[in-house]
Design a protein. Structure first.
Lengths: 259, 317
């Protein structure tokens, strides 16, 4: 299930603009890796390149290699749709499908795979995914109600349930708590801790306490100035990054001296 | 003794402070809203008042010496039939064009195409009528013969095929071309407004572009598509010149779309009969206009009902 991600000299372009340059990063299975750095440093772009979601912007392309358990995600003939079915994503703002019920939201990905499932199997999948996202007890009586009627934190957990329902190899999270209150944030962080038993998780966050709380490894991205490409400055175990980073820029950032 | 005086002197709740500009704007907006209602009521009153003599008249005095219902019934049938054919053809086409413009075409082609579709709306209906009668009708003869030969077992294509080609089917196709731009324009606008968030949610689950459209774009645009289709239906129901020019009407009530025996439509019939009518015949025509008015009203009410029924799931909350 959980797989490793290996980026080597990855350059990410939007058209002729080089957004991220020379990222080399190993992400181990069943770990939580946090990506931190100032706004515009390319951490979200890098995250999105892992499941090729950055390609929704016309002209996006990459150089270098990005492998999932040794398989190149950008090899010719690889369909981005297939990549995204293996690598799930949770977004900055909760985005359940407003026209679907809670139940339908959870099975949306499964239905895409065109697998005809028996009703009881589907019911079981919904319960398992919602339990996995710590949401089952709150919504089990109203599975047929629209997902947009839930609170922000519940919606975000619904999105996580939707992402894990298809049993991906990797779960990407793009600032999943930035639109949530502290209680909901705590719920998501607890969930991340439970999920790493089964999934490889990569999370972008602006909140350094959050990175310190949830992650095993932390990568620090930085940018020299606007219009320049973002770089991965340093990546190490989270406690090393936050206590004795090798780079001066990392130390300045995590200690709050800039950014 | 003191109680009443006390209540009398209780100060009225303070009026909220409002700016002069606000009040002027609120007043003119309210005025505009009321004006619409007044105009609508005026039209309705005119129709009812003018139709009344025909309603109370005995069948012998009416044109064709038939009862009012027998006169208007076939026209209602023809009107609805033509409009429904147009809607059945135009709606899927308009959705496809709007999706192509918003989600498939490269930007430059999309802009050009959107412009051309809008241009279609600027063509006067009489031009469409002439085109339908002199170009489309003869050109459609082959298709109608084919339909009769191979699908003749369907009541719609029972034939015999009209020699002029001026049939209900040609009217429906012409009306479809006429209402295509409005449905396309409305659908295009709502498709463009689909939240990026929902499109990305579908893509991140591993949806292909078409699956993304089915999961995110179409459900979001559903009410917009219905509104657009109803606007188009309204235009098709009320279309006058194109129908009057193209259709060779005999007043028959039939689902046969390709024969020379066709029901007329209310608007087309008014346009053709009005110049030669006097007295009660005019009242009869206006009575048919009243019926058209009511049909349009019902269509709009139905559209509202459909849009509201799943409001909870619309994403507006």
């Amino acid at each position: 299930m959980a797989k490793a991600i290996e980026a080597r000299n990855l350059n990410i372009y939007y058209g002729s603009f080089l957004a991220v340059e020379g990222v080399t990063m190993s992400i181990r299975p069943k770990t939580v890796t946090a990506l931190i750095g100032p706004s515009g440093c390319g951490k979200s772009t890098y995250l999105r390149s892992i499941n090729r979601m950055h390609e929704v912007i016309p002209g996006a392309r990459v150089e270098g290699s990005l492998e999932l358990d040794g398989k190149d995600l950008y090899a010719p003939g690889v369909d981005p749709v297939g990549v995204r079915r293996q690598i799930g994503m949770v977004f900055q703002r909760p985005n359940p499908f407003p026209t679907m019920s809670i139940y339908d939201n959870v099975v949306a990905g499964q239905r895409l795979n065109n697998k005809k499932m028996r009703k009881d199997a589907t019911d079981e999948l919904v319960e398992r995914s919602l339990r996995g996202a710590n949401l089952w007890n709150e919504v089990k009586d109203r599975l047929d109600k629209p997902g947009s009627g839930l609170s922000g934190g519940q919606q975000q957990r619904l999105c996580i349930a939707r992402a894990i329902a298809v049993q991906p190899d990797v779960l990407l999270m793009d600032e999943p708590c930035s639109a949530l209150d502290p209680i909901s944030t705590l719920a998501i962080e607890d969930l991340i801790n439970e999920l790493k038993a089964e999934y490889t998780i990569v999370i972008v966050t602006h909140n350094m306490q959050q990175a310190a709380r949830v992650s095993d490894f932390t990568g620090f991205f930085n940018i020299e100035g606007t219009g320049k490409p973002g770089h991965l400055i340093e990546m190490d175990e989270t406690k090393t990054i936050f206590s004795q980073p090798k780079e001066k820029a990392t130390e300045d950032y995590v200690s709050g001296r800039f950014g | 003794m003191t109680a009443p005086t006390e209540t009398a002197t209780t100060p009225a709740p303070a009026k909220p402070v409002t700016q002069l500009g606000d009040r002027i704007f609120a007043g003119s907006a309210k005025g505009a809203g009321i004006l619409i209602l007044v105009v609508l009521a005026g039209v309705a009153a005119f129709l009812v008042a003018q139709a009344f003599p025909a309603v109370v008249a005995s069948p012998a005095e009416l044109p064709g010496e038939r009862s009012l219902a027998a006169y208007i019934g076939p026209l209602v049938f023809g009107t609805v039939l033509a409009a429904v054919i147009a809607l059945i053809i135009a709606t899927p086409l308009a959705i496809a064009v709007a999706l192509f413009i918003t989600h498939y075409a490269p930007r430059r082609i999309a802009q050009g195409l959107a412009y051309v579709v809008d241009l279609l709306a600027a063509v006067p209906s009489i031009v469409f009528g002439l085109w339908g009668a002199f170009t489309l009708a003869p050109a459609a003869l082959g298709l109608m013969t084919w339909l009769h030969t191979y699908l003749g077992w369907l009541p719609f294509f029972a034939g015999p095929v009209s020699v002029t080609g001026r049939t209900m089917l040609v009217v429906g196709v012409t009306l479809a071309v006429m209402i295509l731009p409005i449905i396309t324009a409305v659908s295009r606008e709502v498709f463009l407004q689909t939240p990026k968030l929902h499109e990305e949610a579908a893509l991140a689950l591993g949806a292909t572009r078409w699956e993304m459209i089915r999961m995110a774009v179409l459900p979001f645009g559903r009410s917009g598509i219905i509104s657009g289709a109803m606007l188009g239906l309204g235009r098709a129901l009320g279309e006058t010149m194109a129908v009057a020019i193209i259709l060779s009407a005999s007043g028959a009530v039939t689902f046969n779309l390709i024969s020379s025996d066709n029901p007329s439509t209310i608007a087309g019939n008014i346009a053709l009969q009005f110049p030669d009518s006097t007295g009660l015949a005019v009242n009869t025509l206006i009575a048919s206009g009243l019926v058209l008015f009511v049909i349009t009203l019902l269509v709009n009410a139905l559209a509202r009902f459909i849009v509201n029924r799943r409001r909870e799931f619309s994403g507006a909350n």
